[in-house]
Design a binder for this molecule. Structure first.
Ligand SMILES: [Zn+2]
Length: 482
């Protein structure tokens, strides 16, 4: 079925996404790539200046992408051919049509007046006595993200974009750059959201300043969590290395033998867990007598000190962000804070507490693994390997878990202590700083601000990334700023 030839014509049109066009296409109908919604048909290309047309379309593209509804089909009659079309319903399309006619008129371009506007997307042309290739076209959404100037065979697409989009994107990026933070997925998502907000509030004369502030804030959080992650990884490594030095295959072998004899493995099905836990605890309880223990203790103490110091820097960074004060030298601030902790004896007490938790957790992991191995009928060597895997692999779960928790607790302690010593009266709890809203802490955030003395202790759970935040005078920290 031949379609009318419009290759000498000229129009402003919207093209649907290729997948949708593909789905609408019928045999002998319009090829998917030619399907479009005509916004304005302008007659012969020879009568319309191509550059003028493209300029008009570029200006019309300064708007948001929009979604229309394909609301069933129709059969246009009355021409040489009948036309099967999808009907396109959208107030945004009506706005676009009106703006298009205005713009054309301003340029002295008069579209032919032989048709009114029935928004549609042509699917196929038929002879009047041909049967329609479809009975029903189900409603569906179609998104238009670009507008095309079609001049004869030349088609130029302009992406639909609100005029504030570019400036807002730049404003956010400028704020982010000021923060010195890394570019993360979270920052990218925040940028998209900030641009969206700027579009919605495009008439607010301060909107770009607000957008800069948002960029700076996101950058600050990205920097804060990026540094925490780095420091935790570094200290997890150090503690793990010291810990692995303590684990000796011979001692593990003795422990496995003891477990196997106690559990009397020839007895068949039984509960091995209590015997396995007892053997694991007895072996790990003896670690404290080994010479390497001091080293492990030292590395945990250092991890806590680093967490404390980082928490102090974070508290100042957050207060600086609230005061829109730029130039915090995070590394210098960290060294300074770390040194101030050098003689803090309580760090050793904390280190012993966390070390105790590490041993308990490792014993639990080990006990469960041994018990499982026994249930599976593992051999002596297999059990030794399984135990070594729990205790001395590259990543010891118990160590990673406890170091994360200890450093987070230390960071929260450091921040809280600093805010208190600076006489801060009110403190917020923030759950969303790293983009993972924390369900356990959401009530604490909702209850913010808290009187300094009553603020809930963070972290409230392992792997908590919630933070204290407060405004305060930064005069005591002037030396941390460049
Ligand atoms: Zn939390």
């Amino acid at each position: 079925m031949a379609s009318p030839d419009y290759s000498d014509g000229c129009m402003i049109a919207l093209y649907p996404p290729p997948e949708l066009a593909q789905a609408l296409a019928v045999d002998d109908g319009l090829p998917a790539e030619e399907m479009h919604v005509t916004v304005a048909y302008l007659g012969d290309a020879a009568d319309v200046d191509g550059d003028a047309l493209r300029e008009i379309v570029a200006a019309l593209a300064e708007r948001q992408p929009f979604t229309a509804q394909l609301a069933g089909h129709a059969r246009f009659t009355g021409g040489d051919k009948d036309v099967i079309v999808a009907l396109v319903d959208s107030p945004d399309l009506e706005d676009l049509r009106r703006d298009t006619l205005d713009a054309l008129q301003e340029r002295g371009i008069q579209p032919p007046r032989d048709h009114g506007f029935t928004a549609h997307l042509t699917i196929t042309y038929l002879d009047p006595d041909d049967e329609a290739p479809l009975d029903r076209l189900g409603a569906q959404q179609v998104e238009f993200t670009a507008i095309a100037a079609v001049h004869g065979t030349d088609r130029t697409d302009h992406t639909l974009e609100h005029p504030i989009t570019g400036p807002a994107r730049e404003a956010f990026a400028a704020g982010w750059a000021l923060s010195g933070g890394p570019m993360t997925e979270r920052v990218k998502a925040a940028s998209t959201a900030a641009v969206q907000t700027a579009i919605e509030r495009a008439n607010d004369p301060h909107i770009l300043e607000v957008t800069i502030d948002l960029g700076r804030l996101e950058g600050m959080w990205a920097k804060l969590f990026g540094r925490r992650e780095e420091k935790q990884a570094e200290h997890t490594r150090l503690v793990t290395d010291a810990w692995r030095d303590l684990i000796n295959r011979d001692a593990v072998t003795v422990m496995v033998d003891r477990f196997r004899s106690q559990a009397n493995l020839t007895e068949g099905v039984r509960d091995f867990l209590s015997d396995a836990l007892a053997a694991a605890r007895s072996m790990l309880g003896a670690l404290a007598d080994l010479t390497g223990w001091t080293k492990v203790r030292q590395t945990i103490r250092d991890a806590i000190a680093a967490g404390n110091a980082e928490g102090m820097v974070n508290a100042v960074a957050i207060a600086a962000e609230r005061a829109a004060l730029l130039g915090l030298d995070w590394n210098l601030a960290f060294s300074d804070a770390y040194e101030s902790l050098a003689r803090l004896d309580e760090l050793w007490g904390n280190a012993d507490g966390w070390l105790g938790r590490t041993v308990d957790r490792a014993a639990d992991d080990l006990g469960k693994a041994l018990s499982q191995a026994a249930e599976d009928g593992a051999s002596r060597d297999e059990m030794i390997d399984a135990a070594m895997d729990i205790l001395a692999s590259e990543d010891v779960d118990a160590v990673a878990f406890v170091v994360d928790w200890a450093m987070t607790a230390a960071a929260d302690d450091g921040a809280l202590r600093l805010y208190r010593s600076e006489g801060v009266q009110q403190i917020d709890v923030i759950t969303a700083g790293d983009g993972r809203v924390c369900e356990s802490c959401i009530d604490y955030e909702a209850g913010s601000p808290w009187p300094t003395l009553d603020v809930p202790r963070l972290p409230t759970h392992p792997v908590c990334r919630c933070c204290y935040a407060a405004a305060m005078s930064l005069s005591n920290f002037a030396s941390w700023f460049a």
